[in-house]
Ligand binder design. Structure first.
Ligand SMILES: Cc1ncc(COP(=O)(O)O)c(C=O)c1O
Length: 490
């Protein structure tokens, strides 16, 4: 590794060797086996600068960031306007205690999001400092809401298998990823999981002409089995990330969940930590599917990741219930749930500097119509992928919405043959990186190359991405011993 001299201004006294030592001995990366960095030849990519959709590492190499940080730098890098808004707020007042106090940026942001969210208007906004906290908070909000309206035994949750909703124990409990949960012992009681909706590999209708929505029926059956009066909420992502950008099999899927929730009093939570803030081509991911949930969880793109922030947006009627008086005749648990408001708090929820960043980010998003850019550039990128890779023997499915696209990799197109080879997938990621692309090849279900760039990515940049994907996926085909080589020759 060589740390270029201009980068050392941010770390005086640290040369390349000291930074390598710190990585080897002190840094603990997330979901990462640190032992691999014991080998002096290995070190994680140290990124030092970004502009638009491009990142530069400490050695001066440039990459197109098709992961947008981690599905999160929606407005792209180098946004001076966001940084200036943060600086101004930090100088005026860097922090306000959210336990009973508020800041101007938090109030302004709540007002704007409350009106913009597809929640029937005047939604109330509970700020957090990230996605896991938003999910954790939404689950608690749903449970307290059910208790205060007289259903203290409604504490079960329904989510979907393979889904990722964060890592704190409550959020982890609704995750459907067995390896992420397995090492932590019992999860939160009552967390139940239904099959996901996955058209390409659907056990019910993958071979049929259209989705028959039996994936939704599984949710309804699970609700019936668990007892509708024991379920607090159903939580889903609009387009599921884990498993590789998986939209529901039918546009009616979420409308059916909405109807089920209306009929049973279960709260519908849309986890828009990734799908919110323009990603699918609409400001909120629920809008893409024409549905109004009860609660929306957000984070990541809310500030385009210039500052850590999350938000739980709740329908006005839900928030209002927390303010209603409890009649004497109600049981004590119910009365207790109505006093003192939402029994939950986080020191950094609604940090004023982060809220200032979010306001500037929202202005950019609306003025530049970044959701529209996600729609248009997403359609362009998808078409280029279809043209260049649609017939590739190692490409089984190209799917997604807006600028959240997945290419499922297979060993055999006809049989949808899959492979579970983490080394091969890591090699693929390395090969893409060596050619100037940062992205995730998701191996949590069947291997899928994910494309989730900043929404400002240009068509010319998309063309470069597609060219690199054709080369690297064809090389993968050679490693798998399929007809990839023949495809390249064509
Ligand atoms: C849908 C979804 N929910 C929640 C989270 C957790 O967010 P965070 O990593 O900010 O805690 C993520 C993270 O990727 C996510 O994709």
């Amino acid at each position: 590794m060589t740390i270029r001299t201009e980068d050392q201004s941010v770390a005086p006294g640290y040369d390349a060797e000291r930074i390598e030592d710190a990585i080897r001995d002190n840094v603990w990366l997330h979901f990462t086996q640190m032992a691999e960095f014991r080998d002096p030849a290995n070190h994680p990519l140290i990124l030092v600068r970004g502009e638009g959709s491009t990142l530069w590492d400490a050695e001066g190499n440039a990459y197109l960031d098709l992961l947008a940080g981690i599905y999160s730098v929606n407005a792209g890098y180098g946004r001076r306007r966001i940084v200036e808004a943060m600086t101004e707020q930090a100088l005026a007042l860097p922090f306000v205690n959210p336990f009973g106090y508020t800041s101007v940026p938090a109030a302004v942001l709540a007002d704007r999001l409350g009106d913009l969210a597809p929640l029937g208007g005047e939604a109330r906004v509970f700020f957090t400092s990230g996605g896991s906290e938003s999910v954790e908070s939404a689950l608690k909000l749903a449970k307290q809401y059910q208790t205060l309206r007289g259903y203290p035994h409604r504490w079960k949750t329904i989510s979907r298998r393979v889904a990722y909703h964060g890592t704190t124990i409550g959020a982890l409990s609704v995750n459907g990823l067995t390896p992420a949960r397995a090492v932590f012992g019992p999860m939160v009681p009552g967390a139940r999981h239904a099959p996901m909706s996955h058209r390409y590999r659907c056990p019910y209708c993958a071979d049929a002409a259209a989705c028959n929505l039996m994936c939704y029926d599984e949710i309804e059956r699970l609700v019936e089995f668990e007892g509708p009066d024991q379920v607090a909420c159903i939580i889903t992502e609009p387009v599921q990330n884990a498993g590789g950008c998986i939209p529901p099999g039918s546009m009616d899927y979420f409308k059916k969940i909405r109807k089920l929730c209306d009929e049973t009093g279960i709260l519908m939570i849309m986890d828009e930590v990734i799908c919110g803030f323009g990603r699918l081509g609409t400001l909120f991911g629920s809008e893409y599917f024409g549905v109004e949930p009860d609660i929306i969880t957000t984070a990541k793109g809310i500030t385009s990741s210039y500052a850590p922030l999350g938000a739980v947006l709740a329908r006005k009627s839900i928030a209002d219930a927390f303010e209603s008086e409890a009649p004497e005749e109600l049981p004590e648990t119910v009365r207790a749930a109505r006093t003192g408001g939402f029994q939950h708090g986080l020191t950094f929820g609604g940090h004023p500097v982060a809220c200032a960043a979010a306001i500037a980010n929202l202005d950019i998003m609306l003025e530049e119509n970044l959701p529209g850019a996600a729609r248009d550039t997403g359609a362009y990128l998808r078409q280029q992928l279809e043209d260049a890779l649609g017939d590739h023997p190692n490409v089984g499915d190209i799917r997604g919405a807006g600028l959240f696209l997945g290419i499922e990799l297979v060993t055999d197109k006809a049989t949808k043959g899959t492979f579970k080879d983490a080394v091969l997938l890591d090699d693929l990621t390395d090969a893409m990186r060596q050619r100037g692309l940062i992205l995730r090849n998701d191996g949590r279900n069947d291997p899928t190359t994910q494309l989730c760039p900043p929404l400002v990515i240009t068509r010319e940049e998309c063309d470069r991405v597609v060219a690199i994907l054709v080369e690297t996926i064809t090389d993968l085909g050679r490693s798998l011993g399929t007809v990839g080589a023949q495809f390249a020759a064509n």
